[in-house]
Design a protein around this ligand. Structure first.
Ligand SMILES: Nc1ncnc2c1ncn2[C@@H]1O[C@H](COP(=O)(O)OP(=O)(O)OP(=O)(O)O)[C@@H](O)[C@H]1O
Length: 252
């Protein structure tokens, strides 16, 4: 495959949401942008520079990538995992500098992980591990952060805190999300993938039309606002194979 015809220009400091159904190509596209997967055609450029010949270290000095899966079987402590974010900048023959320590400490605090620094990785909950990976990405002090479903293990409060952190960050952010309301509320722009191809890009209002929610997500739904005036997708029901909503009762 797997992803094709992508022409995506992400501007500095922008928060771009990648949305699309399961298997639509979000993770694959993120891996290409992260330099972990070479596109068979086309190029990935950071600030106009083709990254195809770059080392992992060169990429990691610019971009942090928070992938979806995180293994539990590690004997590292949380602070060691967050500290990995400093690796691209570190002299391999020296220990962490004072700056490294301060940056790591700030990232731990930012993700609400203070007090868990010494905990073994295997004893952390899924959400704590996910937040530690995001702290590791912040410790990298990157120009850009790529995140693949970073809210999937987080409780509601941490989901919102993370999205506020990303939207308010100086870094350029590309984040794959399944939660369309979070995407609409916090992303400047959305790119909608379907079958490996971007089928729409623009502001949440432009992208999340009722027709697209129907044709791409197979949901009878629409983008509106919640009681507080924030963007929110209201779902009525899945669309059946016959093209009609399946639920008898529909939410308003
Ligand atoms: N290494 C691979 N070899 C063959 N097919 C692959 C490979 N990696 C991914 N795919 C396929 O490419 C398609 C896109 O996968 P991808 O993981 O990018 O989707 P996604 O939008 O991130 O999905 P999800 O929402 O389920 O996480 C899927 O059909 C997947 O099965």
């Amino acid at each position: 495959m797997i992803v094709h015809d992508v022409d995506l220009d992400v501007r500095p400091h922008e928060t771009v949401g990648l949305i699309g159904p399961n298997g639509s190509g979000k993770s694959t596209l993120l891996r290409c942008v992260a330099g972990l997967r070479a596109p068979s055609t086309g190029v990935v450029r950071y600030d106009g520079e083709d990254i195809s010949g770059w080392s992992r270290r060169q990429v990691a000095r610019r971009i942090a990538f928070v992938e979806q899966v995180s293994h539990a079987d590690s004997d590292l402590r949380l602070i060691d995992v967050v500290g990995l974010g400093r690796t691209p900048f570190r002299d391999p023959w020296r220990g962490p500098t004072v700056i490294d320590r301060l940056v790591i400490e700030a990232a731990v605090e930012r993700l609400g992980l203070t007090g868990l620094e010494e905990r073994q990785w295997s004893t952390l909950s899924g959400g704590e591990r996910q937040r530690a990976h995001i702290a590791r990405a912040l410790a990298q002090q990157p120009y850009g952060i790529l995140l693949d479903e970073p809210t999937n293990h987080l409780d509601v409060r941490h989901q919102f805190e993370l999205m506020e952190l990303l939207a308010g960050s100086e870094a350029t952010v590309i984040v794959a999300l399944h939660d369309l309301s979070l995407a609409a509320r916090y992303c400047d722009r959305l790119v909608l993938l379907d079958g490996g191809t971007p089928v729409a890009a623009g502001t949440p209002d432009e992208v999340l039309s009722r027709d697209r929610l129907r044709s791409v997500f197979e949901m009878d739904a629409e983008l509106g606002t919640d009681a507080l005036g924030n963007p929110a997708v209201v779902y009525r029901s899945p669309i059946s194979a016959a093209g009609r909503p399946t639920a008898r009762r529909t939410a308003t």
